[in-house]
Design a protein around this ligand. Sequence first.
Ligand code: GAL
Ligand code: ZN
Length: 643
Amino acid sequence: MTARFPARPAGIAYGGDYNPEQWPREVQLEDVELMREAGVTMVSLAIFAWALLEPAEGRYEFGWLDEIVDRLHANGITVDLATPTAATPAWFVQAYPESLPVTREGVQVGFGGREHSCPSSPEYRAATARLATALAEHYRDHPAVVLWHVHNEYGAPLGECYCPTSVLAFRDWLRARYGDLEALNEAWGTIFWSQRYTDWAQIDAPRHNHTAVNPAQRLDFARFTSDEHLACYTLQRDILRRITPDIPVTTNFMTTNCKSMDLWKWAREVDVVSNNHYLNAEEPDNHIILSMSADLARSLGGGRPWIIMEHSTSAVNWQPRNLAKGPGELRRNSLTHVARGADGVLFFQWRASRFGAEKFHSAMVPQGGTGTQVWRDVVALGAELPALSRVRGEQVPAEVAVVWDFESYWALELDWRPSVDLAFRERVNAYYEALWREHVTVDFVHPESDLTAYKVVVAPSLYLLGEAGAKNLHAYVHSGGTLVVSYFSGIVDEHDTVPVGPYPGALRDTLGLWVEEFHPLRTAEQVALSGGGVGRIWSEHVHLTGASEIQMFASGPDAGRPAVTRHAVGDGHAWYVATAPSDLRDLLGSVLDEAGVDVPIGLPDTLEVVVRGSQRFLVNHGSDGVTAYGVTVPAGGVAVVPA
Ligand code: GAL
Ligand code: ZN
């Protein structure tokens, strides 16, 4: 295993995606001057430079890049060197047109964008292996290169491919998973709708259909897709590790912006987690999702420091309305990432491009150049980060964990669920936001993660739960943990099959109840809850078999029946919440209190409070100044004080 995190630069790495190939030499010379002025210490290079690095098959041209890498090095700037495999050049597509992916609707993607390669294409994989080898051999001894950035955002924007090569690869993947066709027929429940297979060659990708396609087939195709991309990554990673064993390898995830890769599996394969995060500009309180993205990045790496590889200095260019960041927002966003474990702060991108699809995207050097607020903010942040070097490598302690399982996320959002309002992110966001407003830092965990370190574990929408995960959660409660489960959890196993007996099969014993009937609420319908507040989205007929009721439904289809329950199991407690309560913070407040979680009191819920190592970060998202922990944090400001 190589180094976990680049040894250099020494402090919090600072910089962005750098695309010098878009600029003449005089601008490149100005770039390094400005980078020094801004305190830039690391840039990601060559991410989309395949056409220049290999202008014709097998002909590599590194001269132009050598000049740039040497210049950066001479100016003390380290390089996160990319393998530019996210966009094959025109000559490649001309020679291997079958490498272009096919969408679920059967449309073959054309050239002219990026990310247009079938992950199962043998020609594509072979070309990436050759290119990674050539790059690694060429730069193996260059002191500027401190990190490998393989590809770019695997699985986005198009992850799945339905071409004939992918169908063959899917069959191989299924053979490896199930061994024989009988096992596959059983797992997919193919007796239903006469889908029984008698020959492997009959199995197709779950392509577009006028009705719902077999959900187990779709779920396996999602797993296969993540694995195919992962194989593309490890192919390159292994080459890089062999040639440059001392240079760590990463690839940039999108923890909360894209769900198509099973990042728990992926995170085991990178030396350091890196994450891209972009705010949804029109969403109120979008900084809470930013915190979530950062917490997930940290958790995927088991708490180790990670890198915010891309975020924006101001507006992006791909949303319906691309709003510029407000005063102080660049700083708040960046320092939140640092507070939550980032040891590198990078932006997309260094200099705004003049042409191409992204010319309206913000950058560290915007179209307006250095006479701009963005540039002043970039320089100020670069000047501030060295003082935060003391948190580099430090941990972010958390007493509470939230369960996040990509497979369950995929499964829940397939066709024909009891209500369109059942959505993984809707519930995860709600619980996360309530905890955030209580100033509670959370880790994210997989259902099979070691949970012993947490006082409280919350499973907001854990629709799919396998036997191992269910046992793990039960054992956690039994040995003294507090588990909070929300409705429509533990409903199916890994094949999207309902376990024998009443819902929620996998969690019945842990929760001490069973559910007779679901009563999804109508759009905007609310039901009253005893003791105050209302429930939205969901109501159901719960029977208690050991749990006691904490709150009842006071109106609606389940009036007089349990809405919130608690079950003593061994030394711990399992709570169940059968609706989306308006007073989630009150409910969680009681749970946290009972479990002895340290919750700061008397602070406004717009003040973000995070401890990292010896420091406490206070990020004020409110419109008034706040005095706390011996310091006054102005509205929109950030303070870092000893913890
Ligand atoms: C990312 C991508 C970058 C850039 C950025 C713009 O998803 O990795 O290359 O396109 O979005 O926001
Ligand atoms: Zn394909």
